[in-house]
Design a protein. Structure first.
Length: 449
């Protein structure tokens, strides 16, 4: 689909007033800290529902409009894809950026050493594939493009948040240029001519969507528990000689965990591509990153048993520390947490961004409910009842279950090895267990929320 015309909303370099009148007590309905795909998707969702939203993001406008590839491929459930279609960002993805996950296999130990757990979508009970896979940078790009073209969304890029606070009457935010300069100019009458004072914004509600290490969450006085797995994830793309069949593989080795995710063919050459995710100890990850590309590819090819033939690295390898985060609460008086700021998931079960989009739907519904009943958008009880409570009940079993899987399948002691083999054998033998796992992967399982 061709790109849309130049953005119609305000940006950091083209400030325009929101719907609120000059001198009014609020600058917009909702302030959002964090211009990632979750924060921008929320802004678009709220604007489509008739609210105004201002997004404050540290990265410059150019980085948001054309983000560089970061190696991450995001597995999307069917409800998540439906949300992106509703927002309009799915339609802006390029054809070669949309891949289908037809099936999945889980291997314990060396690939081929024991029968894997096979997970297959049943077309008779819904879509004939498990879900979709889309590059993270494409999700970021399309989220920005839609936000920039949506009336009611105001994007302040290149700004760092200096202070957030909540009072009886409003949530307040102060921000400065992220590059450290003071020449921000005047904007809506609340910055000195010489730019020595921060930009001040007020709204009934403030949403933190600024990563699992959210400084906004901390300033709001909301604590979080983190689990540092002491491991690093290496992600990259690889070309392979043999065509795949759309099956994702999760290979739990005793030293390294390897995931092979099918991707659409190379748009230029038609060559088969896959995403490779290696999870290992941080010291081992450093050694892998130091290997020449051909040697790194050879190690991945060997761990996967040569099933895709010769493999070759495409592009760069990217490394990320593995830390899971759970916020102690998802909302409070005039504030809410969204995306990784609420729940930062281990990627092994691919629930992270899907939870973020589920949060977008729930929070939008909560604010629509507030407007329908004449409630304050920042009312703590309303946010807890209609957003934080249901989202917590949905996310908690996924978070704890994912962490339990990671602990079990990264423990090479004899007893955990026997236990995980028993778990896989049981899942292979009992169709209801497989159906439950497939339901979670597809996003069609009943939600506790």
């Amino acid at each position: 689909m061709p790109e849309m015309p130049a953005p119609a909303s305000a940006t950091a370099t083209d400030p325009q007033p929101t719907r609120a009148l000059a001198g009014a007590s609020h600058d917009c309905d909702v302030l959002i800290v964090g211009g990632g795909p979750a924060g921008l998707s929320l802004a678009v969702s709220l604007a489509q529902a008739g609210f105004t939203a201002t997004v404050v993001e540290r990265q410059p406008e150019a980085s948001l409009a054309a983000p560089a590839p970061d190696g991450r491929e995001i597995a999307l459930t069917h409800p998540s894809a439906d949300t992106l279609r509703r927002l309009g960002s799915w339609q802006r993805l390029l054809p070669h950026e949309i891949g289908r996950l037809h099936a999945a296999q889980v291997h314990d130990g060396p690939v081929g050493g024991a029968p894997p757990l096979r997970l297959q979508a049943q077309a008779a009970h819904g879509p004939g594939h498990l879900g979709w896979i889309v590059p993270n940078h494409a999700l970021r790009r399309t989220a920005h493009a839609v936000a920039a073209a949506t009336p009611g969304v105001r994007l302040l890029a290149g700004r760092q948040v200096a202070r957030v606070a909540v009072t009886a009457g409003a949530a307040e935010l102060e921000c400065l240029p992220a590059d450290g300069t003071q020449g921000a100019g005047t904007e809506d009458g609340n910055v000195d001519v010489d730019g020595t004072r921060p930009l001040r914004l007020r709204a009934p509600l403030l949403v933190a969507a600024d990563s699992r290490f959210s400084t906004t969450r901390r300033q709001l006085g909301i604590g979080a528990s983190s689990t540092d797995f002491g491991r690093t994830v290496i992600v990259c793309r690889m070309r392979h000689a043999q065509a795949g069949d759309g099956t994702a593989h999760e290979c739990f080795g005793y030293e390294r965990t390897l995931a092979i995710l099918p991707l659409p063919p190379d748009p230029d050459t038609g060559a088969p591509l896959c995403s490779v995710v290696v999870t290992t100890r941080t010291d081992d990850a450093a050694a892998l990153l130091a290997l020449p590309p051909a040697e790194f590819a050879a190690q991945v090819q060997a761990q996967f048993g040569g099933r895709l033939g010769a493999m070759r690295l495409v592009g760069e390898r990217h490394a990320y520390p593995l830390v899971a985060v759970w916020a102690h609460r998802f909302s409070g008086h005039r504030c809410a947490l969204l995306g990784d700021a609420a729940v930062g998931m281990h990627p092994v079960t691919a629930h992270g961004y899907n939870l973020g989009l589920a949060g977008v739907e729930r929070l939008t519904d909560a604010l629509v409910q507030a407007r329908r009943t004449g409630r304050d958008l920042g009312d703590a009880d309303l946010l807890q009842r209609h957003y934080a409570g249901p989202h917590h009940r949905h996310a908690w079993p996924l978070y704890e279950g994912t962490n339990a899987i990671v602990r079990l399948y990264t423990d090479d002691r004899p007893l955990p090895r026997l236990l995980r083999r028993a778990v896989l054998q049981g899942a292979r033998r009992f169709a209801p267990v497989q159906a439950a796992i497939v339901g979670q992967l597809m996003g069609t399982a009943p939600q506790a929320g």
